[in-house]
Design a protein around this ligand. Sequence first.
Ligand code: HEM
Length: 152
Amino acid sequence: MIDRLLRFLEVDDTTKASGAILSNLLAPQLDGIIERFYARVQEFDLNPYVTDRSIASLKIKQKQHWIDLFNSQFDENYLRNTRRIAVRHRDVELNPMWYIAGYMRLKLAFIEVILRARVPVESKGQMIKTLDKYIAIDMALALGTYDTVVLD
Ligand code: HEM
C-alpha cells in the first residue's frame, strides 16, 4: 500500500533529497514550534492528556517523529512507528478533526521557516511540495490506522 501511495504522490529521489534538506533547515526550529503547538493545544483544551507534566516527553517524541519523517525511506520501521503513534492518539480519544487541524498548524509553522530561509525561490517551492507530500502520507497513514482501530 505504501508503495502505491508513494508512487501516486510522486515521492522520488528528488523528493527524498529535498526532505533531508528540509530536515536540516527545520531541526533548529522544531523545539520552539512544538512548544508553541502544545501551548495552543492547552489554550484550546483539546485533550486532557496534554498536561504541563506530559508535554516535556511529548515534545521530545514529536520532534523525533518529524525528523524521522523528513529523512524517511518509508520502510517498515517508519510504518510501525507511525501506526503506534496513531494508536496512541486513538487511545487518548483525540478527535480526528483536531488531529488534522494540529497537523495543519504545524505545517503552517514549518512553511514560515521555509519562506524565511535564505535559499532560492525554487528550493523553497521544492521544500514546500515535499513537506506537503510527507504530511499527507503521515496523516493518511495515521488516520487510516485510526479508522481500522475504531472499526475493530
Ligand atoms: C491537536 C493535536 C494533537 C494532540 C491534542 C495530541 C496529543 C497527544 C497525546 C495526549 C499524546 C500521548 C499519548 C499517550 O499517552 O500515549 C500524544 C502522543 C504523541 N503525539 Fe500527539 N497530539 C496531537 C497531534 C500530533 C501531531 C500532528 C503529531 C505529529 C505527527 C503528534 C505526534 C505525537 C507523538 C510522536 C506522540 C508519541 C507517541 C508514542 O508514545 O509513541 N501529535 N499526542
